[in-house]
Design a protein. Structure first.
Length: 68
């Protein structure tokens, strides 16, 4: 009986490794979302997005001021 060798590229191995890591992180992400939703007064989505976008807006305004 002749065995057949299956070629494996580096990107295929890397993508399988990333999928394995992502699968292992799913419980952590789920628990973080659960803990965030357990806050007594959760922030609104708009307020959260504004807070997350503040550093980006600051750096964009500094960049525009630099080019003026």
């Amino acid at each position: 009986m002749k065995t057949m060798r299956v070629p494996r590229s580096g990107s295929m191995i890397l993508s399988m490794f990333v999928a394995l890591i992502a699968t292992a992180l799913l419980p952590v992400v789920f628990m973080a979302a659960l803990a965030a939703s357990a806050e007594t007064h959760p922030r609104s989505m708009g307020e959260t997005l504004k807070e997350l976008g503040r550093p980006l807006a600051k750096s964009a305004s500094q960049l525009l001021a630099h080019f003026r």
